[in-house]
Design a protein. Structure first.
Length: 160
């Protein structure tokens, strides 16, 4: 009976899976799932977020190769929607160093910083990104007219 309960916990709460243990098969399944998630316009519904939440470790484990040839926007839009949920922000903060895709990592860093869920690791990452011409340009595109304020806040934040 105890084994059954433990097994059910792993099925219902797979967010505890380290991203390093995500298989290629799981990545492909998640990418297929992404195409089926309900959305209104370009935004994912609350139902989509609930469905995708257990797959957060898979999303964070995706690489350039996994997404090659695909539009990054749905992955970023889902990331934004997932980041609105506290448990997902905590997980992403705790596993930030495991995020594989560079654009998604920058997006998550920015979202976590803006939500107040950043860590010293995230602040260091964002400060380094501001020193990189390409990453600073990406940050500016993500932040839009708020880029100057974002940059000021990042640079003013002390790492613990």
């Amino acid at each position: 009976m105890i084994l059954l309960i433990v097994a059910l916990l792993f099925v219902n709460f797979p967010q505890q899976t380290p991203t390093s243990q995500i298989s290629e098969s799981q990545r492909k399944q998640f990418i297929e799932l992404l195409g089926t998630l309900p959305h209104k316009g370009e935004f994912f519904t609350d139902e989509a977020v609930r469905t995708a939440a257990p797959y957060l470790p898979v999303l964070l484990a995706l690489t350039d190769k996994d997404i090659e040839g695909l539009d990054i926007y749905p992955f970023a839009a889902l990331s934004r929607a997932l980041c609105n949920v506290k448990e997902n922000r905590v997980y992403a903060t705790n596993h930030f160093g495991e995020i594989q895709h560079p654009e998604l990592k920058l997006a998550w860093a920015t979202m976590l910083f803006d939500s107040g869920n950043s860590s010293s690791e995230i602040v260091r990452y964002l400060k380094a990104a501001l020193k990189s011409e390409a990453q600073a340009k990406s940050l500016a595109e993500m932040a839009g007219p708020n880029f100057k304020d974002l940059k000021r806040r990042i640079l003013a934040t002390h790492e613990n």
